[in-house]
Design a protein around this ligand. Sequence first.
Ligand code: SF4
Ligand code: SF4
Length: 269
Amino acid sequence: MAPPYLCQVSMQVSCGACCGLYNISNLAPERLEALLTERTEAFARIPRVAEAIEDFGRQQLGWTPEERPFPHFHHCPYVGLIGRQRSRVGCLLHPDQVGNQGRDWRELSYYGAKACRTYFCPTTHELAAVHQEILRQGIDHWYIYGLAITEHRLWAAFFHALEGRLGRPVIPADFSDRSGVRVGLMAFAALKLDWPFRQDRAPGPSHFFFDDERYTRPDVERADPSIPVSPYEVIFRELESHFKRADDQQQAEALVEGCIENLVAILRG
Ligand code: SF4
Ligand code: SF4
């Protein structure tokens, strides 16, 4: 199966993670959506000339780099809401956006037009194409989609556990028409949003996924060295977990197993 296109999926589902969408200090979904709405409306009012667009970008970047979860990573001031109903994230400088009249303004971005056009994140080549397609079909909103789709190690470990329990590989058709199975997939994705065992110093649900040395993911922390390594160690590492007691880890395992068992029951039903 050829790798699917992950960046724009549907009217509600798209990703702007590599534009630094989530690299802001308060990542609550309603706050992020309000910021993007305001930005998109403001951008619609400015003339499409380089000076005005650059001024707009400078005004949008009103916070200091230190306030970002990853100070050495960008947050592009031109990521906004796109589509007729502004129902998904995308690039305000893209030639297809209303008002740009076919002109590609991405040359004014921090990384430059070539990078914006050609960059593809590690998930696009590290996660199996079939699992990429399942996530495209199974996640129904841009906010959680962009946070989730960039987590290729988390999903590889999850699908490995799911397929082991199911006794066969999953295929996109398993997830295409069945709302229950999609809800089950979303339940696992949602663990990342509000993981109760996240390390105190972890930056919340946002993460740095470029696989370079700038921000590496820490190992699972265990306050008590007698707590054993878990069968879900990779999942717990990718969720940036800290366990104070063995009980905590057992609860965490139960959360993951609950998601997997629920999906297995639906897929076998
Ligand atoms: S992070 Fe990956 S999926 Fe998201 S927009 Fe960038 S290349 Fe596309
Ligand atoms: S200019 Fe580039 S980095 Fe900024 S939103 Fe557009 S594609 Fe993303």
